[in-house]
Design a protein around this ligand. Sequence first.
Ligand SMILES: [Zn+2]
Length: 135
Amino acid sequence: MYESLRREISYIQGLLEGDSSHQHHVEYKGLNRLLDIIDQLIEANEQIARRLTELEEYVEAIDEDLNDVELLTYGEEDDEGMVEVVCPECGEEVLLDEEDLEDDSVELLCPKCHTLLEVEDVNEEEVDDLITATE
Ligand SMILES: [Zn+2]
């Protein structure tokens, strides 16, 4: 995406430089400045996108570590106090603290596909049926 944006910018720069008859016009100078600014914005945006990707990978790694800690803490078989809900979008099993369900309803993000899951305050057996996905 950023490569094609840069090509577009280069193309417009080429157009402007190809005709030297208007290089002293204020429009030409203004356009050139604008192109520079857009170029910097593309650069900044690309950096943000790169950092965001790194951050997502980092959060994912933390999430996996946290899952390991949860397994160590609660045990693989014994999820007492935890309610398991299944994300309707991607099928990921999401563990939820039973105490959080004392509120009327709980909203949480699926760690895999980031769908917002709303879980109603019900007993454990019915949770799977009442889960709804909202965008
Ligand atoms: Zn999901």
